[in-house]
Design a protein around this ligand. Structure first.
Ligand code: ARG
Length: 270
């Protein structure tokens, strides 16, 4: 019998999809010729936020800004630990103005905020778990930002190399199930990084490529409930077998931009 898992109440920051669209291509998902169904995107996002509230979490919102169609992906705005925000410096010119809008929100909300000196995309590439900050590089965030985050938080940062452009952010290939364990897709990482993950997390839940491509690893867990892309059926079974409670969500419209539940959600850790 797997252990009983305990939920911890969370505080999330999200950005309403008022201006969400796919207007440029900065990852392989964005080249699909299928246009975004805007009303459907709004419905899917509303359902996600309602679900967080039903689960007892606090949800705060940042004002969306016109002509920033990816601003809905709040996870990229920072990594927040102990009430301190390590901000973003976006890789793509199209997204660079988002950083300042988010910074203003963090400062107004009373977070000590650092403006990083190197390219980094917040929780897109940073996952705190097991006493470490797991940090992705290869497509967006630079290793120099991993060092800067380590200095800022005083938490050891483990650099992991992403090698498959479909998994261009760490949070498309790995997520924290709770404070000590993760789920991930090994094929998204270099051989050395796979070995590191195996050593640090011998009991991790391993995802297939198919479930990873269904955005199953772009999930949000509160330690018990795992909000997960509905098509990642195999991964849902695996996390359930480990004692967690998967809750399927449909975010098909955001997948057209290369995003899922986690991308839409910034965790504010106090
Ligand atoms: N279109 C966005 C980009 O390529 C998607 C960001 C997804 N966010 C994430 N945390 N993985 O930057």
């Amino acid at each position: 019998m797997p252990p009983t898992r305990t939920a911890k109440q969370r505080r999330y920051l999200v950005c309403p999809p008022e201006h969400f669209d796919v207007r440029y291509a900065i990852n392989p998902w964005m080249t699909s010729l299928e246009p975004v169904d805007v009303p459907l995107a709004h419905k899917q996002w509303d359902a996600l936020v309602s679900l967080y509230r039903e689960l007892g979490h606090t949800v705060e919102t940042v004002e969306p800004v016109a002509d920033l169609p990816d601003m809905v992906f709040a996870a990229n705005s920072a990594l927040v630990l102990d009430g301190r925000a390590f901000g973003a410096q976006f890789h793509a010119p199209q997204r660079q103005p988002e950083a300042g809008h988010y910074r203003t929100w963090f400062e107004d909300a009373g977070f000590e905020t650092l403006v990083p000196s190197h390219t980094c995309e917040g929780e897109g590439d940073f996952t705190p778990v097991g006493g470490f900050i797991l940090a992705g590089t290869g497509f967006r965030t630079l290793p120099a930002a991993h060092h800067e985050a380590q200095e800022f938080f005083g938490t050891p940062t483990v650099s992991l190399h992403l090698v498959d452009p479909h998994f261009y952010h760490l949070d498309t290939a790995l997520f924290a199930l709770d404070d000590s364990n993760i789920a991930y897709y090994p094929g998204a990482f270099s051989n050395g990084s796979q070995t590191v993950l195996k050593k640090l997390f011998p009991d991790a839940v391993i995802s297939t490529r198919e479930d990873a491509l269904a955005f199953g690893l772009n999930s949000i867990s509160d330690g018990r409930h795992v909000v997960m892309a509905q098509d990642a059926t195999g991964l849902m079974e695996s996390v359930a077998a480990h004692g967690y409670e998967p809750i399927p969500v449909d975010l098909s419209e955001f997948r057209k931009a290369g995003g899922g539940a986690k991308c839409c959600t910034q965790e504010l850790r106090g």
